[in-house]
Design a protein around this ligand. Structure first.
Ligand SMILES: [Fe+2]
Length: 179
């Protein structure tokens, strides 16, 4: 799904069935967890999952990237942190969890809602394992988008960010024509 499809939402709704199912699955998981001894509270994980996903879609639209894939990445990039409550190394450790989650999604819901391709799963995997490296830049636009959206979402929730996050959220604001 690309930018130009946003302009036709009066005639046809956005195709977000895969993302919406993934959000429901993650929400089910989160609501069954107990919120103790976590590096970040579950309430943050839940808020961030939804808002980072939505922000990722807007940035994707502004950059002409796939809106649903960006939204899925925004929703799932912190999967290790969501499931364990452990912040340290949550990006690299989240990669295999994300791949496993998306392959199971394909097996269970692919036929009904549409399969995520191997290439899409690989992109989401890369964005997950690299998203905490806000300093370096890759050639993959979804990877970079996820870093930018992650930073902007923190800013919008009023959370302090380290200095090296600043170019990230500003890049997003610029593309959204807010800067
Ligand atoms: Fe995040």
């Amino acid at each position: 799904m690309k930018k130009e499809q946003l302009s036709t939402i009066n005639e046809s709704t956005l195709s977000m069935s895969r993302l919406n199912k993934i959000l429901n699955i993650l929400l089910d998981e989160i609501t069954q967890m107990e919120d103790f001894e976590r590096d970040q509270p579950l309430s943050w994980s839940m808020k961030h999952m939804f808002s980072c996903s939505q922000i990722s879609k807007l940035i994707a639209a502004s950059r002409g990237l796939d809106i649903e894939i960006a939204g899925i990445t925004g929703a799932i990039h912190d999967l290790f942190l969501i499931r364990t409550g452990i912040f340290e190394d949550h990006a690299p450790k989240g990669g295999p969890l994300v791949k496993d989650f998306l392959n199971k999604f394909n097996q269970t819901f692919g036929k009904e809602l549409g399969y995520l391709s191997e290439k899409e799963i690989e992109i989401i995997y890369q964005a997950t394992i690299l998203h905490t490296d806000k300093t370096n830049y890759t050639k993959d636009e979804i990877v970079e988008l996820t870093k930018d959206a992650d930073a902007l979402d923190r800013v919008l929730h009023g959370i302090d960010i380290p200095k090296h996050y600043i170019p990230r959220y500003k890049a997003a604001l610029k593309d959204l024509k807010l800067l």
